[in-house]
Design a protein around this ligand. Structure first.
Ligand code: AMP
Length: 396
């Protein structure tokens, strides 16, 4: 094995979103140069890159220039062309590997890989693209005999944050949206999980085999998008131990070198089921910036570079609330009001267009316990839109 990639080297990140931006900030703090490649000219990570590449992902000249400039590479988004990932891997160390990333790009493949590792999953069945709504109805009828209803129909590829999902109610006709989804592309049908709580665990693995897991995060969603995280999760020690052990088993079993996050369902019956794996930092891990001894982005840098991993222990319980574009509906949010809330810390991603549902930033805080930290971030978020009606600004 080659030695560690030391500060002064150049790290590449493919994808230009906020996860890439926060990775780049952490890498630059550690003394690395950062090259960012995004196909979106306005991507927030490009603004903080030493070497920005704005090009489509099939641009071979961009590939040669990007890989020629970097010593190692990582990703901030898993839905990247497999050819691109393999081409990068042929030239420089890519962490996680193209194969590990590919395993998470398709729900069916991911679930099969997880099942082989012995990871417990909600009951599910693959469904091929049905072609027509009538064929979709027949296919749904056949598999729902096994899975039962209610259920969730999810596209097999390129889904995140609840995109490409349709709830199947306990009874009644198949929703038109479900028939259209399945007519057009392969899907999976998953049993609806009777959730006690959603949890996630970020795990880092270094090329030398060191593995460190962050404490378990507790996640609350609104409209299928993460809304609030607290860390450590308010679960008993036994559940936390099981969640961490399961996440370590999954991430190491999938051969991840670098950083990944395992999303888990805690059922009302007390079972832990793997929802999905993200081969990159995770929205729920943003709270580690304030709450932990090392944060997920610095840990990603360390893991990618083969440096000693940091101690991910919680220093003080923390909370994180997402700021979605909806908050811009009546104009610019009142930043002064949020920052006047004692202990609230603001992270904005530099996105110029605030669309409903788009992740624009987050608020975080630490306190004596997770509930108190959550109160701070929720109060700060409420303050953003609580004041007198601000000057309306047309929404982009
Ligand atoms: P996903 O994109 O699969 O992570 O789904 C986004 C969110 O939808 C999850 O975090 C859950 O809140 C919810 N969800 C997804 N699948 C299920 C399920 N089978 N049962 C209950 N809720 C689900």
């Amino acid at each position: 094995m080659t030695g560690p990639i030391l500060p002064g080297s150049t790290l590449g990140v493919v994808g230009g979103g906020q996860l890439g931006r926060m990775f780049a900030v952490a890498a630059r703090r550690l003394g690395y140069r950062v090259a960012v490649w995004s196909d979106d000219a306005d991507a927030p990570a490009l603004a903080v890159a030493d070497l920005p590449t704005r090009a489509p992902y099939d641009d071979t000249a961009a590939l040669a220039a990007f890989t020629g400039a970097i010593d190692a590479c990582t990703v901030e988004f898993e839905n990247l062309p497999a050819d691109l990932l393999r081409a990068i891997e042929d030239r420089v160390p890519l962490r996680p590997s193209a194969a590990a990333i590919a395993a998470t790009q398709h729900r069916g493949r991911e679930k099969r890989a997880l099942a082989e590792l012995g990871a417990p999953l909600a009951p599910w069945r693959p469904l091929d693209a049905a072609g027509t709504p009538d064929a979709a109805a027949a296919a749904l009828a056949a598999v729902s005999a096994d899975i039962g209803r209610p259920a969730v129909l999810k596209t097999a590829g390129f889904g995140y944050d609840g995109k490409g999902q349709v709830a199947i109610p306990a009874s009644g006709p198949w929703p038109d949206a479900a028939l259209a989804l399945l007519a057009a592309q392969p899907c999976v049908l998953e049993a609806f999980v009777d959730l006690e709580l959603e949890l996630s665990v970020v795990v880092a693995c270094s090329p030398g085999g060191e593995v460190r897991a962050f404490p378990v995060a507790e996640n609350h969603h609104a409209r299928h998008v993460l809304d609030l995280t607290v860390m450590p999760a308010r679960v008993g020690e036994e559940v936390a131990r099981r969640a961490e052990a399961l996440a370590r088993r999954v991430v190491t079993g999938m051969g991840v070198v670098g950083l990944a996050c395992v999303e888990l369902f805690l059922t009302r019956a007390g079972d832990l089921w793997v929802n999905e794996v993200a081969p990159r930092p995770h929205n729920s891990g943003h709270v580690t910036i304030e709450a932990c001894r090392v944060d997920q982005f610095e840990q990603q840098v360390r893991a990618v570079c083969g440096l000693p991993l940091g101690d991910p222990a919680v220093v003080r319980p923390g909370a994180m609330a997402n700021l979605l574009g909806d908050l811009w509906e009546d104009g610019e949010p009142d930043w002064r009001a949020a920052l006047a809330v004692d202990g609230a810390r603001l992270h904005l991603y530099g996105k110029t267009q605030a669309r409903p549902g788009r992740k624009m930033g987050h608020l975080s805080a630490v306190a004596d316990d997770a509930a108190a930290a959550a109160e701070v971030v929720l109060a700060a978020r409420a303050a953003l839109t609580a004041g007198a009606a601000p000057t309306p600004r047309p929404r982009a």
